[in-house]
Design a protein around this ligand. Structure first.
Ligand code: C2E
Ligand code: SIN
Ligand code: SIN
Ligand code: FE
Ligand code: FE
Length: 477
């Protein structure tokens, strides 16, 4: 029975002695027949190396000597190029009780290729996942696209990849990002629809494949240094979302590529992911644009309000503009973060908006205010707060309208805050406001000279005003 099994097994079994001389072997397995030209019988007394390609001789000898020492079975895997393509074999080494060695050889090509296929699929899946994550988590199109080409080149066995984006205004395909190129050959790519391989892919909305870029008169002549890239195969995949052409994904390889259906299917999937990313990003771009349109509309409104205030307060043209300019200048000198400046600008423009609620007879009174009138006048910061705080967009700008009459020594209103309790924007604005008020005509007095105003501010430093801010202001003025 053992003899029958020995003969029938789809594995090559060879027994040989300590000198490597073959004692017995079964009939050949089909894939090895073409490699070994003599018959099983005539092989007896030959050396075991006959069964292996010459390049493996050393490895076989090492395995045998290890086996003799450790007595543990071992194995090697190796490929052989046969007529019908590459085959993989596994040879297992086992020691018998008579110190003979048995080698069992199996054709593991099918196992190997399914293993390679799973590995490829795993790579593709993880690349896809990484790209997906980048699309959903990033609104930065450049980042997403460069992520995409990185995945292609690093994990998917592609030598170089580029993405061209369709510019709807210029009606051209333009280079957006790329990886794996040796030259800058393609960086300046600008193609019309139908021009070049990418232009054809976009125009005809189909994959363009070329497998002999090196020999064919290539369409890449548009780029003089393209030759140096030594590319052999090309794929141009159109990027289409919601029926619109958004660009082309270009994939280059330096060795000819026989693309199986799996690979191409995967590339198509990637292309549609890329198209979605591009589509998302351009949607976001539109939202961003309309956001900035809203912002400038708001700012125009604010400017309108502050001009209306100037008119009512009988201020001269440019009063508010001047106050804003000096406020920003002082804020900058004091090292206030850039991102706060926009709010300070809006706050300065609206600082006295609360005076809207003050009757003309008080606001325009040519003489000193009575106690009752003062009570009304001192409400203007609170009115500003009540008016502006429901507007979310102006909430960060409230410090100045609300607190510009607070004083360093706590003598101000509406709360009598002291020193650092007063927000810095209001502290610095107070200096600017008083200087500007003093040097302007008022219904109750005419303008002071610059010198008199400067003298007054200097005198009040550390009393009404923050000392450090005052000094900075005086340096500027
Ligand atoms: P405003 O005219 O814009 O003045 C802003 C701030 O500059 C004043 O806040 C005050 O700190 C300073 N300031 C303005 N003029 C003088 C001045 O002649 N001498 C001194 N030492 N400081 C001056 P304040 O005092 O809280 O006043 C708030 C607002 O009340 C003023 O805004 C103005 O619209 C009104 N106001 C103040 N005093 C009088 C007044 O005597 N008559 C009338 N009709 N209105 C007054
Ligand atoms: C506005 O947006 O102008 C007011 C709406 C709001 O209460 O935020
Ligand atoms: C904004 O979006 O900047 C303003 C909206 C609002 O007033 O709440
Ligand atoms: Fe005020
Ligand atoms: Fe004022």
């Amino acid at each position: 029975m053992l003899q029958a099994v020995f003969t029938a097994l789809p594995t090559q079994i060879i027994e040989f002695d300590e000198d490597g001389i073959i004692i017995d072997n079964n009939s050949d397995i089909p894939s090895l027949v073409s490699l070994i030209d003599n018959s099983p019988d005539s092989r007896l007394k030959q050396h075991v190396h006959e069964f292996f390609p010459d390049r493996l001789a050393l490895e076989i000898d090492e395995n045998i000597s290890t086996l003799n020492k450790t007595r543990q079975p071992s194995s090697i895997n190796y490929p052989i190029q046969l007529e019908d393509g590459e085959h993989w074999f596994e040879a297992r080494f086992i020691l018998t009780s008579e110190k003979h060695i048995i080698i069992i050889i199996q054709d593991i090509t099918r196992y190997k290729s399914s293993e390679a296929k799973s590995q490829t699929q795993l790579n593709q899946l993880s690349a896809l996942r990484a790209i997906d994550r980048s699309i959903t988590s990033s609104v930065d199109l450049n980042l997403t696209l460069s992520m995409l080409v990185t995945q292609l080149v690093d994990h998917l066995n592609i030598d170089a990849a580029a993405i061209l984006l369709w510019n709807a205004e210029s009606e051209r395909l333009e280079y957006a990002t790329g990886l794996g190129f040796r030259t800058k050959a393609l960086k300046h790519t600008i193609l019309r629809l139908g021009e070049g391989y990418a232009g054809i892919a976009a125009k005809e909305r189909r994959i363009v494949h070329k497998n002999n870029l090196t020999t064919e008169t290539s369409d890449f002549l548009r780029s003089p240094s393209f030759d140096k890239e030594k590319f052999s195969s090309y794929y141009g995949l159109p990027l289409i979302a919601k029926g619109k052409i958004l660009g082309v994904l270009e994939v280059f390889n330096r060795s000819p590529r026989t693309s199986d259906a799996d690979w191409l299917g995967f590339m198509e999937m990637l292309s549609s992911q890329a198209a979605i990313a591009i589509d998302n990003a351009s949607l976001f771009g539109h939202v961003q644009r309309s956001n900035s349109e809203i912002t400038s509309a708001y700012d125009a409104t604010i400017n309108g309000w502050s001009r209306a205030l100037d008119m009512r307060d009988k201020e001269t043209e440019g009063h508010t503009k001047r106050v804003i300019k000096r406020t920003l200048q002082l804020a900058h000198k004091l090292g206030i973060p850039k991102s706060d400046l926009i709010h300070i600008r809006r706050g300065a423009a609206l600082h006295d908006i609360g005076k809207m609620g003050i009757p003309d007879r008080i606001l325009h009174k040519p003489g000193p205010l009575t106690e009752v009138e003062w009570e009304i006048m001192r409400q203007h910061p609170q009115s500003a707060y009540d008016l502006l705080s429901p507007i979310e967009y102006l909430r960060p700008a409230l410090d100045i309208p609300y607190y510009h009459h607070e004083r360093w020594d706590g003598s101000g209103y509406p709360f009598g805050l002291k020193a650092d309790e007063i927000p810095i924007a209001a502290r610095l604005f107070a200096v600017i406001d008083v200087y500007d008020a003093l040097t302007s005509d008022r219904p109750y007095r005419s303008a002071w000279s610059d010198q008199a105003a400067i003298y007054y501010i200097d005198e009040q430093a550390g009393i009404l005003f923050d000392l450090k801010i005052t000094n900075t202001f005086l340096n500027i003025i």
